[in-house]
Design a protein around this ligand. Sequence first.
Ligand SMILES: [Zn+2]
Length: 91
Amino acid sequence: MVDAKAAKSRAKPAAAQSMPRGGGMPPHAHCRICQCPVELKADPRVCKDSECVAELERRETSERRMRTWMLIFFGLFAFTFIGPILLRAAG
Ligand SMILES: [Zn+2]
């Protein structure tokens, strides 16, 4: 019991030491467009390729537009339900 515990505590630091060198790739993220590895802290998460930066811009613009339209539709949808109730309550 004691031996196993000692072996574990002895093995742990050695494994932690060998990880960064022997583990291959360091922690990293992937470009959202071409999936090539980028820095973990990269923000926005794209590589430095101008095509990827432009593509991300395009995607975010269309995403924002889509969200705006969804909000408008949701607003209208909600109003068709809430509107009559409010009118009835007022009248
Ligand atoms: Zn890329």
